[in-house]
Ligand binder design. Structure first.
Ligand code: ADP
Length: 491
């Protein structure tokens, strides 16, 4: 019963609904505004094109044409937004969403190759004649229907104006205001009643006008959708093109990276190899000339050769770790780890040596109460060993290196390695996690690694789902924060 009632009342409701729907008024506004906007686009584009093309020979025209393309894009962009906003139409993007960094000339070429660019020109130019038509239609149809709807009021008003001006004959203005019923200066009941017959006619005309506005708005929206957005096929084509050029750029970068790696590795290998060769050669020459070195000298030479061979070994290990990380083959086993036990292990293995050789005190300040984290235990030990070793290396004798923990938020734990060393300048902080990067201060030292340690630390921390940050003040010390996910408490 209810359903039947709904069916019968729905078409009637739908017919009247246009009167209070915000959509209708937005579409009306769109149609009215398309006239001035259409004239504006037409004037700018046609004038710009004719001046630009006619002066292209004398060069001035070319920047003008480029400027015009920018304006044209701006107009089309604005029109797209306007259509989305006022015509409630869903318009796909004007260009592929894959962003590739390119030179502006390539971007211009790509822009002109995009079919939407040319279709949008059609839209902007067509807006002029269509705008005039839409504007005139809305204005005429609306005023006519409103005159009919308010005919009784207009009749009374015209009479009042008439009498106050003491006119006997209907003037042109008054006959226009009074619509179809002419006002002769005196109230005629028959005429007044007759004006009411026009009210329903006006109402129907008003409703029809509103429906026509809705239909035109819809048609205009469809036109905007087709001309101001990419079609599915165009989008896929353009995205494929953009992805291809992105891949090309990535391949170029990878190739560049590979070349740099070979140069860097070659450079790093050269020093220890030269040192080993130099020492071995001098031993050989001395022995050949029947002048073998004394046991102390031999000991010292062998010590140097051994140290350099160890350096070479650690370089190879670091390179292998990075290669595994690049290939996503680090094979971590993430478990729940107590930071305090890891810090204790790091402390045990480095504190005695640091104290003995560099008089540096290591402070283990991570209590057992610090919440557990998700990490690969062995890798976390490796990360902290690396950071503490760096802290020892770059801190002068008598300094302090400390391990502590912070809780930045409810879901993370930060393990902090601080030192009272030379610090790292802000410019250098931006690079220290890059491969083979060493600060100037560290280059001038004989100790220190190959500039791979922090790159490995960062890769390991990322692989454990964490992050690493550095803060430092030159001359005062540095703090490295390894932020890891806090393990959920069981039970
Ligand atoms: P390296 O193996 O040379 O130590 P890393 O990748 O571990 O390379 O570190 C990169 C650079 O960052 C180092 O060469 C050093 O200049 C700087 N650095 C690292 N840790 C510290 C620190 N705690 N204090 C000062 N400088 C540091």
């Amino acid at each position: 019963m209810v359903a039947a009632q709904n069916v019968s009342s729905d078409p009637v409701r739908a017919f009247f609904r246009v009167l209070w729907q915000g959509k209708t008024y937005r579409r009306m506004l769109y149609l009215l505004s398309s006239f001035p906007l259409g004239i504006f686009y037409f004037t700018v584009l046609i004038t710009g094109f004719s001046v630009g093309i006619s002066t292209a020979i004398i060069i001035i025209g070319i920047p003008l044409l480029v400027l015009l393309v920018i304006f044209w894009y701006g107009f089309a962009f604005f029109e797209r937004e306007l259509a989305i906003w006022w015509l409630d139409v869903d318009i796909p993007p004007m260009a592929p969403t894959v962003t590739v960094r390119r030179r502006w000339l390539d971007r211009l070429r790509e822009h002109l190759r995009n079919p939407v660019t040319w279709k949008s020109l059609l839209f902007l130019i067509a807006k002029f004649p269509l705008g005039i038509f839409a504007f005139t239609f809305v204005l005429v149809a609306l005023s006519l229907s409103l005159v009919f709807v308010f005919e009784p009021i207009i009749y009374v008003l015209s009479l009042a104006v008439h009498q106050s001006l003491s006119m006997t004959e209907p003037t042109y203005l008054i006959s226009l205001l009074s619509g179809l019923i002419s006002v002769g200066g005196t109230f005629v009941l028959g005429d007044f009643i007759q004006t009411f017959t026009l009210v329903p006619v006006g109402l129907i005309m008003l409703l029809l006008t509103f429906h026509l506005i809705n239909v035109s708005g819809w048609a205009w929206g469809e036109f905007a959708r087709v001309t101001l957005g990419m079609s599915e096929v165009e989008m896929r084509l353009a995205e494929a093109r953009a992805m291809a050029s992105q891949e090309r750029a990535r391949a170029q970068r990878a190739e560049q990276g590979r070349r740099e790696l070979i140069v860097n590795v070659g450079h790093e290998l050269r020093t220890p190899i030269a040192s080993i060769r130099g020492h071995v050669e001098s031993l050989m020459i001395a022995t050949e000339h029947g002048n073998p070195p004394g046991s102390e000298e031999l000991q010292s030479y062998l010590h140097i050769v051994n140290r350099e061979a160890e350096r070479l070994g650690s370089l190879v290990d670091e390179l292998l770790t990075l290669a595994r990380s690049d290939a996503g083959e680090l094979h971590l086993s993430i478990t729940i780890v107590q930071p305090a036990t890891v810090a204790d292990e790091v402390y045990q293995s480095l504190a005695p040596l640091a104290q003995r050789e560099r008089t540096i005190t290591i402070v283990q300040g991570i209590p057992a109460t610090i919440p557990a984290v998700y990490a690969d235990r062995e890798r976390l030990v490796q990360v902290l060993l690396n950071l503490v070793r760096n802290a020892i290396t770059y801190t002068p004798a008598g300094g302090i290196v400390s391990l502590s923990a912070e809780l930045p938020d409810a879901n993370h734990v930060a393990l902090v390695v601080s030192d009272t060393g030379m610090g790292i300048s802000p410019e250098e902080q931006a690079h220290i996690f890059e491969r083979f990067y060493r600060t100037d201060a560290s280059r001038s030292r004989s100790t220190g690694g190959f500039g791979l340690g922090l790159a490995i630390v960062r890769d390991l921390v990322y692989a454990m789902g964490g992050s690493i940050t550095v803060s430092s003040t030159s001359g005062e010390g540095s703090q490295f924060r390894v932020i890891l996910q806090r393990a959920k408490e069981v039970g």
